[in-house]
Ligand binder design. Sequence first.
Ligand SMILES: C[S@@+](CC[C@H](N)C(=O)[O-])C[C@H]1O[C@@H](n2cnc3c(N)ncnc32)[C@H](O)[C@@H]1O
Length: 269
Amino acid sequence: MDPKTFEEIRKFIYDKSGIFFEKNKEYLLTNRLRKRIEALKLSSFEEYLRYIKSVSGSKELPNLFDAITINETYFFRHINQINAFVDAMVPEMLKRKRAINIWSAACSSGEEPYTIVIALMEKYGSNIPARILASDISNEILEKAKEGIYGEYSLKELSFEMKKKYFDNIAPGKYKIKDAIKRKCVFKNINLTDDRQLRTVGRMDTIFCRNVLIYFDNVSRQKVVDKFYNDILNPGGYLVLGATESISRLKTNFKLCHFKMAIAYQKPL
Ligand SMILES: C[S@@+](CC[C@H](N)C(=O)[O-])C[C@H]1O[C@@H](n2cnc3c(N)ncnc32)[C@H](O)[C@@H]1O
């Protein structure tokens, strides 16, 4: 890809999704877009750029999102955060209300929202005091989430007993999440940088936004975090980022809260 085309494609992606490809990630972008160029029977990156910018190219946008997103995830990722959520944040919020709204805002193939359900079921039984919205920008990955079939990698943190309790072993190395867990989650396509879509989210008590803002730059991170704070989180609600992430470089009124081996950001009451 020539430097000018790379610049233009990366700006287009950034404007549409907040995802910013650093120069050293050009190879990644090139490889991923090559597949789309082949699928569309186009002949160059320049042609692809013209196509996605054209009116008829707008239907390519979901495919572009499917192609460029990194969907790495697994059950009980950053377990200390999950423990802090279930053992400290949830009981505190339940002192103020009978049920809480939780949003897994970049849910990938569903491991994160299903982990939240499982962790809550372990504490509260099948009638969990929570509703879970799970969303992602990629339709392809959301289909996987709704299907709920996983391989060994996704379940690597789970004991044999937990696998047995919450999954059906449908083939060697293949596990299907039980319907009782699936039913607790509503899946939607929501782009974190699309204000119109964000307005459909409603009010939330906790937002899990883990390992997605790492792909954004500070400008788009700030916009998303401001939206969470101003329009979505209830007072006293929490924002949980990935274990290695922080919003310390952003300007916010969130209060940093320390838990056992985990942190979260709380909107003051
Ligand atoms: C690395 S995964 C993280 C999954 C999960 N939250 C976790 O921590 O295990 C990042 C996810 O963010 C999604 N994503 C990227 N940009 C997004 C955007 N603008 N809006 C919503 N989701 C986005 C990707 O499709 C991908 O599934």
